[in-house]
Structure formats: structure tokens, C-alpha cells
Design a protein around this ligand. Structure first.
Ligand code: ATP
Length: 284
């Protein structure tokens, strides 16, 4: 059975006075899926999120979120949608804990969930700090915790882990996997290709407002795996990159028989390399 399409976009375009930011985008995101929208600065990621969350009108094309055309989105939908774009919308003069308490009350969420989330995003020890005294990364984590208080059916995340230390980034990843398991559709933007490879079920590579490649990260990488090679390290420290050939097979066989093989890896391209190949641009 096909899973429910939580986000459905068809031929979406957005023109600003000077520039065309989005050109004929079509994609969908299903319940229980993490969809990565990847592109360099200025490629149109934020514009897409703004259209999908009803903050900006498209120039042409259709977009539906939870079965509703984006033109009809109003506050009611925010009970089912979580949005993490920047640190705005926090009550600056209230503490971390109080910020979450206000929203927990509105969303009818138990207090235990606040404590759990504060721990998960690494803010438990900062819960008595005022929101305007937080660092950028802490503010970002507070906005994330707020978006996750309820179990949103769809979550929009703009660069969810930029500026986070590795262990907090990992904790955020675990939270996202949990949400996915419970059926949340997650739409995230990132510059970080490693993160996208680890997190996303499917990705779309965006360049100058156009989707230039899409699919599961592994499949996208394998599609550009034209020249098979193997990276080999031996126990005596020697390292080789060898082409796929009968000669290589024989050399590997001998090293294995003598127990001299330390590591062996296939060299399929990373998403970063694929992006460079399809666009000629680095993801900066
Ligand atoms: N309000 C606006 N008026 C005019 N042009 C805009 C406006 N907002 C965005 N743009 C243009 O649309 C294009 C896409 O911008 P967008 O902010 O969506 O990119 P992005 O991929 O989110 O970039 P970043 O990673 O830097 O946030 C850019 O060329 C930008 O200059």
C-alpha cells in the first residue's frame, strides 16, 4: 500500500522581481520519511520551505501539505506541523523551561515531555537561562525542542544541526529517527552531505532553483559510480587505490591468503562529489 503523501509539490515556480528562485519543482514526501533538500547558498531551499509553510506565495504550480493547498494554510495547521527555521518566535525574556511550558499548555502536552526533550537536545542544565542569554546553537536547540513537543505529522527543518557540537548533533539525529518511526514526515535542508547521507531516505539536489538529481542517497551515488576502484591498506602500512580488474582480484586474493590485508573499501562517489559532477559547483 502506498504511504500517505504528506507533502505534494507539482511544477512549483517562484519568481522574485530580479530573479527566478524556483523553477518547476515537483516532488513528494511520505509519512515516516526523511526527505533532504540539498543545495548551495541561494539555490532556493528557504524559499521552498516558506512556500510550503504558507509564509510566501508561489508564482505558479501546486503544493499541498497534509492534503491542504498551501494557499489555504492557517494557524490551525500548526498543531500538526513543526517548523524550525531560525531562532525567532521565542519569548526572549522567559526562561528556556517557561518557553516550552507556554507551548506545552497550548498543545496540551504533559510536563514530562518538556524534561525529556530538554535532556535530548542538551539543554537540561540551561533550563533556567533566559532565552535572550542563549548562544545561537542553544537557541536553535530550544526552537527544535519546541517544534517536537507534540508529535507533528510534518516537520520542516532548515539546517537542523549547523552550529551544533557532534554529540548534540547525534542526539538530534536520534530524535529525528524516532519521529520518523512514529510516522512524521521530515523535510530538511542542509549543506552537510554526510548528514544527508546518514539521515535521509531520499534526497533532492537543488541547483539554481532546479532539482538536478533525486533519489535515495545510496542510489544517487551508485548512479555516478562509473569507474570501479578499491582503496586498500596493508598491515605493513602500504596503501593502494586499484582499478577493478582481474589483476587486482588476484593481488587481493594473495594479500588475503597471507593475512596482509588491513582494510578494503569500494570507492563509490560521495553525494558531495555527485553534486560537483552534476552542477560543477561545490556545496558552500
Ligand atoms: N524576498 C526576496 N526578494 C528577492 N529575491 C529573493 C528573496 N528571497 C530570496 N530571494 C532570492 O531567491 C534565491 C533563493 O534564495 P533562498 O533564500 O531560497 O536560498 P537558500 O538555498 O535558502 O540559501 P541559504 O542556504 O543561503 O539560506 C536567491 O537568489 C535569493 O537572492
Amino acid at each position: 500500500m502506498e504511504k500517505q503523501k504528506v507533502i505534494a509539490v507539482e511544477h512549483l515556480s517562484k519568481k522574485f522581481k530580479e530573479a527566478t528562485a524556483l523553477k518547476d519543482l515537483s516532488f513528494s514526501v511520505q509519512a515516516g520519511e526523511i526527505f533532504g533538500f540539498l543545495g548551495p547558498s541561494g539555490s532556493g531551499k528557504t524559499t521552498t520551505i516558506k512556500i510550503l509553510t504558507g509564509q510566501l506565495a508561489q508564482s505558479s504550480g501546486k503544493a499541498n501539505v497534509l492534503g491542504k493547498p498551501v494557499e489555504q494554510i492557517n494557524e490551525n495547521i500548526y498543531e500538526q506541523v513543526g517548523i524550525v527555521t531560525d531562532n525567532s518566535g521565542l519569548y526572549e525574556k522567559m526562561t528556556v523551561y517557561s518557553n516550552l511550558k507556554v507551548f506545552a499548555k497550548i498543545l496540551n502536552v504533559k510536563k514530562e515531555r518538556i524534561t525529556e526533550l530538554l535532556e535530548r537536545v542538551g539543554l537540561e542544565e540551561h533550563k533556567h537561562k533566559l532565552a535572550n542569554q542563549l548562544s545561537k546553537g542553544m537557541g536553535q536547540r530550544l526552537v527544535l525542542a519546541r517544534a517536537l513537543l507534540h508529535q507533528p505529522k510534518v516537520l520542516f527543518l532548515d539546517e537542523p544541526t549547523s552550529g551544533l557540537d557532534p554529540s548534540t548533533a547525534l542526539a538530534v539525529h536520534e530524535l529525528l529517527f524516532e519521529l520518523r518511526k512514529n510516522g512524521t514526515a521530515i523535510f530538511l535542508t542542509t549543506h552537510n552531505m554526510d548528514e544527508a547521507t546518514k539521515l535521509c531516505d531520499r534526497v533532492a539536489l537543488l541547483n539554481e532553483g532546479l532539482i538536478v538529481e533525486h533519489g535515495p542517497p545510496k542510489e544517487v551515488c551508485l548512479k555516478y559510480h562509473s569507474e570501479k576502484k578499491y582503496k586498500i591498506q596493508l598491515t605493513d602500512g602500504q596503501a593502494f587505490v586499484l582499478p577493478h580488474s582481474n589483476e587486482t582480484t588476484e593481488r587481493i586474493r594473495v594479500w588475503m591468503a597471507k593475512d596482509e590485508l588491513m582494510t578494503i573499501h569500494s570507492c563509490e562517489p560521495t553525494l558531495e562529489k555527485v553534486f560537483l559532477e552534476v552542477t560543477g559547483r561545490e556545496l558552500l
